[in-house]
Ligand binder design. Structure first.
Ligand SMILES: [Fe+2]
Ligand SMILES: [Fe+2]
Length: 283
């Protein structure tokens, strides 16, 4: 099975950050839908067999009226109509402004994207979903950050409750016996080692690493820093990808990785480079 990793789209971004965001989204969607037969490596895969994991910052400002319905209309619905199974978790920008999160925006996000986040599972994180016998575990790195009164930063916090549930999910026999285990979240778990108080850090990254190591996780996906780097081999996980920003928000062009779960060797994964021939309004 293969997975397509997209992240940090920042749909609705301000014109002075990414003036042509709408064009970029439309181009990307075209490549994944009506033009997909002409995209090398994508052409021979049926969308129904290709889970798309979207690791947060779907929108630029969740707090803005209409931000979620726009993302749904121009991005989520076309992918869903094409048949791709969608796996979404929230990022800091989905919960407010990017630096200030609030409960109202959080609730709205989950109302609009319930199907993409939870599918038919319970409305709780971690989300455990299955594609055939592959277990996909989605974490909400904003879960406790939203109650942080020290706003004005882009940090994340999973919280003890979610971490305990993650531990118990990973110990379930069906998860242990899964063909592969995939974990996905928004915040960067290997952010410059263990800098706890950096304005973009995940507060409880050390605790997360303790839980994930030695659990035979096959693939770890995240976004947030817009760097698109790889962290293979960290805490014993063969493939670790920071997806960057799939729309090239603020001109940080990033890979669109097609990840092959059949192998633990990252060199077989492919950058679809979907914006390669984009002729839009690049600064
Ligand atoms: Fe982002
Ligand atoms: Fe982020």
């Amino acid at each position: 099975m293969k997975i397509l990793h997209l992240t940090d789209l920042h749909i609705g971004a301000k014109a002075n950050d990414t003036p042509d965001m709408r064009k970029r989204i439309d181009f990307l969607i075209r490549k994944l839908t009506i033009d997909r037969h002409s995209v090398p490596h994508l052409a021979d895969i049926s969308p129904t067999d290709l889970p798309v994991v979207i690791t947060g910052d779907l929108v630029d400002r969740g707090i803005d009226v209409g931000a979620f319905s726009l993302a749904k209309e121009i991005f989520i619905t076309p992918l869903r109509n094409e048949g791709y199974p969608l796996f979404l978790v929230p990022g800091n920008h989905d919960y407010g402004t990017g630096s200030a999160a609030n409960r109202t925006t959080e609730a709205e996000f989950h109302k609009v994207f319930k199907d993409e986040v939870f599918a038919r599972e319970s409305n709780n994180y971690p989300v455990l979903r299955w594609v055939n016998d592959v277990a996909l575990i989605g974490l909400n790195s904003m879960e406790e950050e939203v109650d942080d009164d020290d706003d004005g930063d882009a940090r994340g916090r999973l919280g003890g409750n979610q971490l305990n549930l993650l531990k118990s999910i990973l110990s379930r026999p069906n998860v242990k016996n899964a063909t592969k285990r995939v974990v996905y979240l928004h915040h960067h778990p290997f952010f410059k080692g263990f800098i706890k108080k950096h304005w973009m850090a995940l507060d409880d990254t050390k605790e997360l690493q303790e839980i994930l190591k030695n659990q035979q996780i096959d693939l770890l996906l995240f976004g947030h820093k817009h760097e698109g780097k790889t962290w293979h081999g960290q805490i014993g996980i063969a493939k670790v990808y920071d997806g960057g920003t799939s729309t090239g928000h603020k001109n940080n062009l990033s890979p669109h990785r097609l990840i092959d779960l059949k192998t633990d060797q990252p060199e077989f994964d492919i950058d679809l480079n979907l914006l390669a021939d984009y002729q839009g309004n690049r600064a």
